[in-house]
Unconditional design. Structure first.
Length: 124
């Protein structure tokens, strides 16, 4: 591995860090996310256009549909085991479901973005 490749990759985060903290795959600046699960148009640090590589279409449904079914099953199991009051069950669901869905979307979109950037040769 050459010195320039090591220098370019040093300090760059992986998939999990990109999804959680919004690190740019090229310069590792925290500029990837503009909203909880929406890419910024471009990196403010290095100018990489995220919008050109953003996953669009119905591909993310293959992640969201099974996850939704698991969340529903988990809520039903929680209700069956603990029998919490309805207000407590709704409060738990209103906190857990958006967090899990947004987390899964961020993880999958970051993975697809990084794969597309590597395939096009933009990042190593």
């Amino acid at each position: 591995m050459s010195n320039t490749t090591e220098t370019n990759q040093k300090g760059q985060g992986g998939l999990i860090r990109a999804a959680l903290f919004g690190l740019c795959p090229r310069c590792a600046a925290r500029t990837l996310w503009d909203a909880p699960a929406a890419f910024a148009p471009a990196c403010r640090g290095c100018g990489l256009a995220f919008a050109d590589y953003e996953p669009r279409g119905r591909g993310l449904y293959f992640v969201l549909l099974p996850l939704t079914f698991l969340l529903i099953a988990g809520a039903l199991k929680l209700d069956d085991l603990l029998r919490p009051p309805l207000w407590l069950l709704l409060a738990i669901i209103l906190v857990v479901v958006p967090g899990v869905i947004i987390g899964a979307l961020r993880l999958m979109k970051a993975a697809l973005l990084m794969a597309r950037l590597r395939a096009s040769g933009v990042v190593a």
